[in-house]
Design a protein. Structure first.
Length: 209
């Protein structure tokens, strides 16, 4: 892979990110999980009612990755599968949660921002991995810019890291994620459900983790 070309593409996409508040009422919300095991990409998406989290639709998609893992550019490995599964949906959610960072990324283009730009869709990123930055209580700054938040969601469990991906405000992102947290689940409910669906698919494919 040409790292310089990837970096230029990353910078080009990052310039398109828009952080702004959603004005319409949220009725449905989606959770997207994309994992790679033994070069197999497994994408799972779940659409829920925003208030009850009743599952309204779910889809899975598998493919093979042709892009090797390169630190800082992992979103390029999963973006294609994310787009494919999103367009399989009959019911598209008002907002999408993606397991991965949004602007809480050195280049501002984490997986959630990358996918949000390609879909031109409101997306929030939720990551389980800490990032380098300046931490002030629950706020996280990178280059003196507020990029996201650290949230403790489950007792005796590591925190999650929340940031807007595209077409969502930063404070609104935090509010939405807090609304989606359910007792004893580390991830917000739509992502928890998508993660479960991915695990089920892995077992069906008999992939050893």
């Amino acid at each position: 892979m040409d790292i310089n070309s990837l970096k230029k593409e990353q910078e080009k996409l990052a310039e398109k990110i828009q952080i702004r508040d959603i004005t319409s009422k949220i009725k449905t919300i989606g959770g997207l999980n994309v994992t790679i095991t033994n070069n197999t990409v497994i994408a799972s998406i779940v659409v829920c009612d925003y208030n009850t989290f009743e599952i309204l639709e779910q889809q899975t998609y598998t493919t093979e990755t042709k892009i090797p893992y390169i630190p800082g550019f992992s979103s390029f490995r999963i973006a294609g599968a994310a787009i494919e599964i999103f367009y399989k949906l009959n019911l598209r959610p008002d907002i999408l949660l993606v397991e991965g960072p949004g602007i809480l990324h050195e280049s501002r283009l984490g997986a959630a921002s990358h996918i949000g730009i390609l879909l031109n869709y409101p997306v929030i990123g939720v990551s389980k991995n800490p990032v380098k930055g300046q931490y002030e209580n629950h706020k996280i700054f990178i280059n003196n810019e507020l990029r996201g938040f650290k949230i403790e969601t489950k007792e005796k469990s590591n925190p999650i890291f929340v940031s807007p991906g595209h077409l969502v405000g930063i404070i609104k992102s935090l509010e939405i994620i807090k609304h989606c947290i359910r007792l004893n689940h580390k991830l917000p409910e739509p992502l928890h459900l998508a993660h479960k669906l991915s695990n089920k698919t892995k077992k069906e494919l008999r992939i050893n983790l």
